[in-house]
Design a protein around this ligand. Structure first.
Ligand SMILES: *[C@@H]1O[C@H](CO)[C@@H](O)[C@H](O)[C@H]1NC(C)=O
Ligand SMILES: *[C@@H]1O[C@H](CO)[C@@H](O)[C@H](O)[C@H]1NC(C)=O
Ligand SMILES: *[C@@H]1O[C@H](CO)[C@@H](O)[C@H](O)[C@H]1NC(C)=O
Ligand SMILES: *[C@@H]1O[C@H](CO)[C@@H](O)[C@H](O)[C@H]1NC(C)=O
Ligand SMILES: *[C@@H]1O[C@H](CO)[C@@H](O)[C@H](O)[C@H]1NC(C)=O
Length: 492
């Protein structure tokens, strides 16, 4: 599999990609199609000739514009597998790929300059500290104090030289650490702490060949950090790690593997099993990768970047893409140790709907996909290797109704975010009926869902805003921790 990166990206580019309200190449394309339709209806031989040649022309166009096999760097699913298999992407023309991306970026940049652009990064009300009490400065369910270990920089800061480390989909490990450091619930006195935070960045070792993080080193790095704190200080031994908090934001959390069978075979390392794990992974019911005490957190997307795209409520935005998905979509997925990527769901999606012109399905990565989500009504969030995907958060942020296709998935913060009011859940075996299902919703309760989706508290809960705001993703972590005070040594 040699991704056809060069040329395709350039020619397919996103030259026509709009800001809101501008005519789009997509629309133009649609208009072309309806022209053809009306030609057919004339049923005159001459028109038929014109139509046929136009059809051939479009066919040739399509062949050139065929999407390249995916190189979906932001795809959690692919991450460990690529490293695991050490195949496929060897010899990827990375230089060409990054050139193409850079060219695309510059184009978008120019486009933005040419129209009015009003980013609104401080969209949310800041937390009003003056109305909180000193013992509970963040107005959590209970007042808590957290001690942040000052680990040698090889466990955290050294990794930040690669800026992907603090922006990628697993970057909550960095964000939570930073936000906690500046938070009023941080204590410098470990004897006064209810919880101990272990700041270890395990997702930042990007293997140079593929550009994906290599999780293989994660348990070792975590264990080294535990050895460090348990030799230097008494608090780990005191509780056996029960009041210690880790972030494991990967596909299968602290199982540290992207393939479910492998993740289960490895399990959660014994030294972490007594602790509290902040993880994006979550399914309903029992799973070996969620046996430790855990809090399910949202996948990370850069809040400032995300909010800079957001302008007005979804029902007031022009959404000319009906159903949207961009990402890895193998046409003939391989059976890797008894597992098929996305359980074949993405393949079914592509085969069934890629020729339906109300579906915008692309198999290759685009830098500015956020603009596409802003133009979309329904954003498909099918499982990858793991059930969760950053698309779930992105959809909510961009006001595109998330269509979650991952049987048995558990969604983050379901105690405050009413997912059934802001998203659709489609069972994996119902995917062939997806178009009908979406049409039905569009004809009945779409506006209701969009209004719910746009409620401040929903979108706020899913973003790790920095500085912290009341009710954002980090606030909810603190709040959930504050309900686990029975693990704390401190008598309050
Ligand atoms: C914060 O809360 C206090 C007391 O409730 C109020 O007087 C003050 O105006 C609030 N400040 C802001 C910026 O909302
Ligand atoms: C503090 O929490 C209570 C209960 O959750 C809520 O009613 C109140 O509005 C919160 N205060 C602030 C300042 O957010
Ligand atoms: C904690 O326990 C480990 C293993 O028993 C031991 O090596 C270490 O010295 C202990 N740490 C402290 C601070 O006593
Ligand atoms: C994938 O391979 C496993 C054995 O490795 C087999 O049991 C399973 O049926 C295969 N799945 C499909 C859909 O071919
Ligand atoms: C919208 O309609 C669909 C299909 O009838 C239903 O499954 C879903 O729960 C409804 N959502 C809301 C928020 O009303």
């Amino acid at each position: 599999m040699m991704p056809r990166v060069s040329g395709v990206w350039k020619s397919n580019g996103h030259r026509g990609l709009p800001n809101h309200g501008t005519t789009t190449s997509f629309l133009k394309h649609q208009r072309h199609e309806s022209h053809i339709a009306s030609y057919w209806h004339w049923k005159k031989p001459f028109s038929l000739l014109v139509a046929t040649s136009m059809f051939l022309f479009l066919l040739v166009l399509c062949l050139f514009v065929l999407p390249a096999p995916s190189m979906d760097i932001s795809e959690n699913a692919e991450v460990g597998l690529q490293a695991l298999l050490k195949e496929g992407l060897q010899g990827l023309p990375l230089q060409q790929a990054s050139n193409a991306l850079r060219a695309e970026k510059e184009e978008v940049h120019l486009e933005r300059k040419s129209t009015e652009w009003h980013p609104k990064p401080d969209h949310f009300t800041l937390f009003n500290l003056s109305s909180a009490t000193p013992s509970n400065p963040l107005n959590l369910t209970n007042g808590i104090r957290i001690y942040v270990y000052d680990l040698p920089t090889k466990f955290n800061d050294d990794w930040l030289v690669d800026e992907r480390c603090s922006n990628q989909l697993f970057a909550s490990e960095v964000a939570i650490h930073k936000i906690l450091m500046n938070s009023p619930i941080r204590t410098f006195n470990p004897y006064d702490a209810d919880f101990f935070f272990m700041p270890v960045y395990v997702s930042c070792k990007f293997s140079s060949k593929t550009g994906f993080p290599w999780l293989g080193h994660a348990p070792t790095l975590m264990e080294a950090a535990v050895n460090h704190v348990s030799t230097e200080m008494e608090f780990w031994n005191r509780s056996g790690g029960r009041d210690h908090v880790f972030v494991a934001a990967h596909d299968y959390g602290a199982c540290f593997h992207s393939l479910e069978t492998e993740a289960i075979a490895h399990g959660i390392p014994v030294f972490m099993q007594n602790s509290i794990i902040l993880q994006t992974f979550g399914v309903e019911g029992f799973h070996p990768c969620q046996i430790a005490e855990h809090i399910q957190i949202p996948p990370y997307i850069s809040p400032s970047k995300a909010l800079s795209y957001v302008t007005e409520p979804p029902e007031q935005q022009r959404r000319n893409i009906f159903a949207y998905f961009r990402g890895k979509m193998e046409i003939n997925p391989k059976n890797v140790s008894g597992l098929i990527y996305s359980r074949g769901i993405r393949t079914v999606l592509y085969k069934r709907f890629s020729r339906n012109r109300r579906f915008f399905l692309k198999r290759h990565r685009a830098e500015n996909y956020q603009l596409e989500m802003l133009r979309s009504t329904f954003c498909l969030c099918p499982l990858g290797w793991a059930p969760w995907s950053p698309r779930i958060v992105e959809s909510v942020t961009f006001g595109c109704v998330p269509v979650i296709i991952a049987d048995n998935i558990a969604l983050p913060y379901s105690h405050v975010v009413d997912w059934s009011a802001i998203s659709l859940t489609v069972r994996e075996h119902d995917v062939p009926k997806l178009y009908k299902i979406l049409l039905n919703v569009a004809a009945t309760n779409l506006t209701t869902i969009q209004k719910n989706l746009w409620k401040d508290e929903n979108r706020r809960a899913l973003l790790f805003t920095d500085p912290l705001v009341h009710g954002d993703a980090t606030w909810h972590i603190f709040d959930r921790l504050s309900t686990r005070l029975e693990r704390s040594h401190v008598m309050r």
